[in-house]
Structure formats: C-alpha cells, structure tokens
Design a protein around this ligand. Sequence first.
Ligand code: HEC
Ligand code: HEC
Ligand code: HEC
Ligand code: HEC
Length: 185
Amino acid sequence: MKKYFVMLMMVAVAFLFVSESLLNAAGDFKYIGVSKCKMCHKTAKSGDQFTKWSNEGHSKAYATLATPEAKEVAQKAGVTGDPQKSEKCLKCHVTAFDAPATAKEASLTLQEGISCEACHGPGSAYKSNAVMKAVYAGTKKGAEVGLIEPTKEVCIKCHNPESPTYKPFKFEEAVKKILHPVPKS
Ligand code: HEC
Ligand code: HEC
Ligand code: HEC
Ligand code: HEC
C-alpha cells in the first residue's frame, strides 16, 4: 500500500513540476504593483529601494499628467481632454500600459506611476523570499521567473524622441540618479 502512495506522490510532484515550467515557458507572469515589493524592499538592510523610488520622478509620473504643465504639453501634442486618460500620454507615464489586462493584478495601480516592475519585469513569479534570494545569490536565472536586469534598452522604451518633452538620454548619467543598491554586508 505504502509503495503505491509513494509512487502516486512522485507522479503528482512530476506533474506539478511540468505544469509549472509550462506556465513559465508561456511567459505567464503578472504585474502585481509596488505595494507587493514594498513589504521587503523598505528595510534599511535591503537598501530601502521603496523610499528611494518614492523620492524620485518615476513615482510621480502619473501625478505629473494632472499638472497645468502637462495640459500645455498635451495641447501642443494635439491631445485634447485629460492627459491622465489619454493613451498617448499614459503609455510612458504608468507601468505596463501596453500589457494585456489579464497580465495585470488589481493591485497594480495607475497612481503608482512608473514603479519597480516597469524596469524589473512582472513580479508574480519572483516575489517570494526564496526565489528572490536564489536570484540574488545567482543560483537561479532571473529570466526564468520574469525578473529583468534593466539595461539601456528598457529605459529608451520611454526615454526617446516620441516624448513631447524629450531631453537627450545618457544612460550612465541617468542610472546614477536613480540608484538603489542592496548594501554589501
Ligand atoms: C515606462 C516608461 C519609463 C521607463 C521604462 C523609464 N523611464 Fe525614466 N522617466 C519616465 C518618465 C515619464 C519620467 C518623468 C517623470 C515625471 O517627472 O513625472 C522619467 C524620469 C526619469 C529621470 C528623472 C528623475 C528625477 O527625479 O530626476 C531619470 C534620471 C530617469 N527617468 C532615468 C531612467 C532610467 C535610467 C531608466 C532605465 C533603467 C528609465 N528612466 C526607465 C519614463 C520611463
Ligand atoms: C515616449 C514616451 C512618452 C510619451 C508618449 C509621453 N511622455 Fe511625458 N515624459 C516622458 C519622459 C521620458 C519624461 C522625462 C523627461 C524627458 O522627456 O526626457 C517625461 C516628462 C514629462 C513631463 C515633465 C516635464 C519635464 O520636463 O520633465 C510632463 C509634464 C509630461 N511628460 C507630459 C506628457 C504628456 C501630457 C504626454 C501626452 C501628450 C506625454 N508626456 C507623453 C515620456 C513620455
Ligand atoms: C526606472 C527603472 C527602475 C525602477 C522604477 C526601479 N528600478 Fe531597481 N534597478 C534599476 C536598475 C537600472 C538597476 C541596476 C543598477 C546598477 O547598475 O547597479 C536596479 C537594481 C535594483 C536592485 C539590485 C541592486 C543591487 O545592489 O544588486 C534591487 C534590489 C532593485 N533594483 C529593486 C527595485 C525595487 C524594489 C523597485 C521599486 C520600489 C525598483 N527597483 C524600481 C532600475 C529600476
Ligand atoms: C518576500 C520578500 C520580497 C518581496 C515581496 C520582493 N522582494 Fe525583491 N528581493 C528580496 C530579497 C531578500 C532579495 C535579495 C537581496 C537582499 O537581501 O535584500 C531581493 C532582491 C531583489 C532584486 C535584485 C535581484 C538581482 O540579483 O538582480 C530585485 C531587482 C528585486 N528584488 C526586485 C523586486 C521587485 C520589483 C519586487 C516586487 C514585484 C520584489 N523584489 C519583491 C525580497 C523580496
């Protein structure tokens, strides 16, 4: 009897393993929003990425669209109506605007503007402590769980001349302004 139970368990485990890798192969990662990263990335020990991000422009990118300046920019760009509702502005001022609705959890909000996942990729499969630690330690490839190591290519999806207020983008300088490293222990 016990033998069958063990075999059944082995089959079940194999099935779980296969279905999980199929899911990952399909790239079924979802955006979960900054509130889900905050719980671990707000401590001094981790480098408090949350507070650093909260104090820089990306966290205000949606709010920016409500300013009088944004209305002027919108008018010049031929956008009538509220810039916070125009896809011509939202596409670069919020996280994952172009991703299908099925790839976004309700916890991802417009208000958070350009949050962690806009640069690091959708977090549903990498948000657990065990996975995060394994990626950080280099024992798991970030790409397998949807975690992106942001390069210039990620930035210039938005920092390009299609931006009505475009300022020439120098990656090395720009990255220095938003650094949020994990302290070396
Ligand atoms: C999804 C679009 C998007 C992506 C991706 C993006 N940015 Fe930005 N970035 C913006 C927008 C929009 C602003 C202006 C925000 C505001 O002021 O409201 C901005 C502002 C900035 C600023 C000025 C912030 C400040 O407070 O001084 C820097 C520096 C910057 N980005 C660097 C980067 C770098 C480096 C990357 C890639 C690693 C990157 N950005 C990726 C859209 C983006
Ligand atoms: C292609 C991406 C992109 C689009 C589309 C876009 N923006 Fe931006 N926006 C940016 C980036 C990047 C910045 C940071 C400054 C820059 O342009 O280099 C920014 C900054 C701003 C700022 C702050 C001004 C400043 O000098 O930092 C305002 C206001 C703004 N955008 C309004 C708008 C409005 C209104 C629309 C829609 C008509 C819009 N943006 C469409 C990417 C974009
Ligand atoms: C505008 C893009 C952008 C946003 C938004 C962003 N990051 Fe990053 N992040 C980067 C880049 C670029 C690097 C690599 C910087 C470098 O060269 O060391 C990085 C590195 C990191 C690292 C690794 C640091 C190390 O020492 O290895 C952590 C952890 C991190 N980000 C967490 C976050 C969290 C959490 C948020 C949201 C609260 C966030 N990031 C938001 C672009 C971004
Ligand atoms: C359950 C806790 C937890 C949550 C939730 C979490 N992280 Fe992490 N993350 C960690 C730990 C632990 C590390 C390893 C570094 C350290 O010890 O601070 C890490 C490392 C990282 C790194 C660096 C990985 C590398 O080596 O390149 C990035 C980037 C990152 N996290 C982004 C995020 C983002 C974005 C979110 C939300 C979508 C998130 N994390 C949610 C705990 C967490």
